[in-house]
Ligand binder design. Structure first.
Ligand SMILES: [Zn+2]
Length: 262
């Protein structure tokens, strides 16, 4: 009896080691799975949806072009923060350049009104969009008020046409996903006292356009959000633009406009 017991003993540690090994492998597998899930939910891509292929056939040139206009510039600094550390023209350009990068990655062509600290008239901005027959136009600004008001506001033409509404709402919804202080709305007209007065760049461009006020430069929380999330905001804005182009393509709106202009 004693001999039999001795013979059985060597199998016990082997079986125990095997079980421990299986357990460890299982834990590692769960760990790898958890990390991959975390990457998917909190990673760089806000949306995993891929839109229509925006590239053309020969040479893979982008089929669609967006005019990105960084508001103010040069002699026109735009609004300035209370501590004078932030100047609107610089924030606008920083964001416009980030937006260009994100749009290009999706496969959308970009025409910039300025890529440096240049003074531009409103006419020159509109002419750039018109001369390049851009499919959409987006003007980047930062708001200013009383220091208390904060949030993101998007202005379109007062007639609130379908595609401008789509453009504004598509961008706003995705900016909200990133995190903004407040959704101040997609609004028709302009912030001035007078009603039914559109921003020059909105009313003088023939393609769907919007003017994005990306938070208040005189609001501390909006500024910290802008600093923290500018890349994510650019991704969100690019995704909103892509979604709008996609909807326009599905509806045949882009082909229609091209047919009449070419
Ligand atoms: Zn401005």
């Amino acid at each position: 009896m004693a001999k039999q017991k001795r013979r059985l003993r060597p199998w016990v540690p082997v079986a125990a080691l095997f079980l421990i090994g299986m357990l460890m492998a299982g834990l590692v597998a769960v760990g790898v799975w958890a990390v991959s899930q975390a990457d998917l939910s909190g990673g760089r891509d806000l949306e995993l949806k891929t839109y229509s292929n925006f590239y053309g056939g020969t040479g893979e040139a982008p089929l669609y072009t967006v005019c990105v206009d960084a508001g103010h510039g040069g002699e026109d600094s735009g609004a300035v923060s209370y501590d004078t550390q932030r100047v609107e023209k610089t924030d606008n350009l920083t964001f416009a350049l980030l937006l260009r990068q994100e749009l290009r990655e999706i496969g959308i062509g970009v025409v910039m009104t300025r890529t440096d600290d240049t003074t531009l008239s409103l006419e020159q901005r509109v002419n750039t969009a018109q001369a390049n027959q851009c499919d959409l136009y987006i003007c980047v600004h930062r708001n200013s008020g009383n220091g208390v008001t904060g949030g993101v506001e998007i202005w379109i033409d007062d007639d609130m046409n379908t595609w401008e509404m789509a453009l504004g709402s598509n961008i706003m919804a995705r900016l909200e996903q990133v995190g903004i202080q407040e959704n101040l709305g997609v609004k028709g007209g302009s912030a001035g006292e007078e009603e039914n007065v559109d921003y020059y760049v909105n009313s003088h461009t023939t393609m769907p356009s919007c003017l994005l006020e990306l938070g208040y430069i005189d609001n501390v929380e909006d500024n910290s959000l802008f600093t923290r999330y500018q890349v994510q905001y650019a991704q969100a804005t690019a995704q909103g633009i892509a979604a709008t182009l996609d909807q326009m393509i599905q509806a045949g709106a882009l082909e229609d406009r091209r047919d009449t202009t070419e």
